[in-house]
Write a protein that binds this ligand. Structure first.
Ligand SMILES: Nc1ncnc2c1ncn2[C@@H]1O[C@H](COP(=O)(O)OP(=O)(O)OP(=O)(O)O)[C@@H](O)[C@H]1O
Ligand SMILES: [Mg+2]
Length: 234
């Protein structure tokens, strides 16, 4: 398996008044292409901080991060956003859709930053929405969709440009368990199609459905286990 992500001795600090928080306190780990990884840990343990670094939204104070062999800690902001646009799709707990835009327009929006022509953007957005089962909801606005459907739009937006990696921070956190299972099964199929998926979750039932579980405690990796895919309920 090709190594896609390699972190060594990553430290990230935040100032809080006089004191300093080491949100990440020496994280080293490696993730191969095609893995489906769950990141778990208590609130405040550093999961979102780790996700922001993995997603090139932020840089560490110390340590190195190789993404597909590129040391991202040496890149300029512009290069960071290029690599992020090319390689990574994000999914968040709160969906982060734009309320005034319909599903299709929400999915198309980030494609405009890639300099794609209008027709190509539309084609990719429609394909992504179909792949998450929303072919009949393309012109609905977020307020006209259920939470699960909104999260499917957000997944379509994340995958429309065909990134290698999908980073999802508590994507099922605002959903009931049936919609959560639907989101999980979409992420599972994306993984089976070859995407590397990194999923932050509080939910042990969700974490057990991936093939590797990394636990974060006080900004460090406290456990890292491979596990068998548990089959999803049909
Ligand atoms: N922008 C910030 N400024 C200051 N401190 C921060 C900032 N972001 C996070 N922290 C602190 O860093 C630590 C790790 O936060 P992080 O958001 O990564 O935790 P988390 O594991 O994602 O928690 P949760 O499960 O609640 O989302 C916490 O102590 C938090 O208060
Ligand atoms: Mg968090």
């Amino acid at each position: 398996m090709k190594e896609l992500i390699s972190l060594s001795n990553i430290v990230k600090r935040y100032r809080s008044g006089e004191s300093e928080i080491r949100a990440l306190d020496g994280i080293s780990l490696s993730i191969g292409q095609g893995e489906f990884v769950a990141v778990t840990g208590m609130s405040g343990s550093g999961k979102s901080t780790l996700m922001n670094l993995l997603g090139c939204l932020d840089l560490p104070a110390e340590g190195t991060y190789l993404l597909d062999g590129i040391d991202v800690t040496t890149l300029t902001d512009r290069q960071l956003s290029e690599i992020r646009n090319e390689k990574i799709g994000f999914v968040f707990q709160g969906f982060n859709l734009i309320p005034s835009l319909n599903a299709l327009e929400n999915v198309e929006l980030p494609l405009t930053y890639r300099g794609l022509a209008k027709r190509k953007r539309r084609e990719l957005a429609e394909k992504a929405l179909c792949s998450v089962g929303l072919e009949t909801r393309m012109t609905h606005k977020p307020s006209q969709m259920s939470g699960g459907q909104q999260q499917r739009v957000a997944i379509a937006r994340a995958i429309a440009a065909n990134p290698e990696i999908v980073l999802a921070d508590e994507p099922t956190g605002n959903l009931d368990s049936a919609s959560g299972q639907e989101i999980l099964s979409i992420l599972t199929s994306l993984n089976q199609e070859g995407k590397t998926i990194i999923l932050i979750t509080h939910d042990p039932a969700i974490a057990s459905k991936t093939n590797r579980k990394i636990k974060i405690k006080n900004g460090r990796v406290s456990a890292d286990r491979m596990q068998k895919y548990e089959s999803l309920p049909s």
